[in-house]
Design a protein around this ligand. Structure first.
Ligand code: DQA
Length: 146
């Protein structure tokens, strides 16, 4: 066991805190990383945080996690709704993962209702705000520790 969780944030999530605050709240990406790291730390794990606006960089980070992480927590942003490549990366490394969406995607536009990832995710947290990251980290640690 590596006692490490890869936290992946996809496109536009670098803008958290200023981006559409009515939908995504006021927490910044740094706040999210701190929240996730604190939750992991309480359970003896650490977090490696990656954010990119580029699909290939997200895929490379997921591939690298195979070497030294136990699980993945991912908010794929809009790639949720478009990317078979991200899904293939996650199934390819065979690490358990949690999918997180800050907003309730099911209460939003129809094109946000479908996720390429949910069908292979260990769990999905939707609409819990940035607290969803914390829940996801705790759950993934439970899953890998079982
Ligand atoms: C999101 C929801 C996606 O539909 C959107 O494209 C995002 C953020 C969320 O966290 O609610 O970028 O994943």
């Amino acid at each position: 066991m590596n006692k490490r969780i890869l936290l992946v944030n996809g496109p536009n999530l670098n803008l958290l805190g200023t981006r559409e605050p009515a939908t995504y709240g006021h927490d910044t990406l740094d706040d999210v990383v701190a929240l996730a790291s604190r939750a992991a730390g309480e359970l003896g794990f650490e977090v490696r945080a990656v954010q990119s606006n580029h699909e290939g960089e997200l895929i490379d980070a997921i591939h690298a996690a195979r070497e030294d992480c136990d699980a993945v927590v991912i908010n794929p942003g809009a790639f949720t709704h478009t990317s078979i490549a991200l899904r293939d990366a996650l199934s390819g490394v065979a690490l358990p993962f949690a999918e997180v969406h800050i907003s309730n995607v099911h209460a939003r536009e129809e094109f946000r209702h479908h996720s390429y990832l949910s069908g292979i995710a260990s769990c999905v947290f939707v609409g819990a705000g940035t607290r969803g990251y914390e829940f996801a980290v705790r759950r993934m640690i439970e899953v890998v520790s079982a």
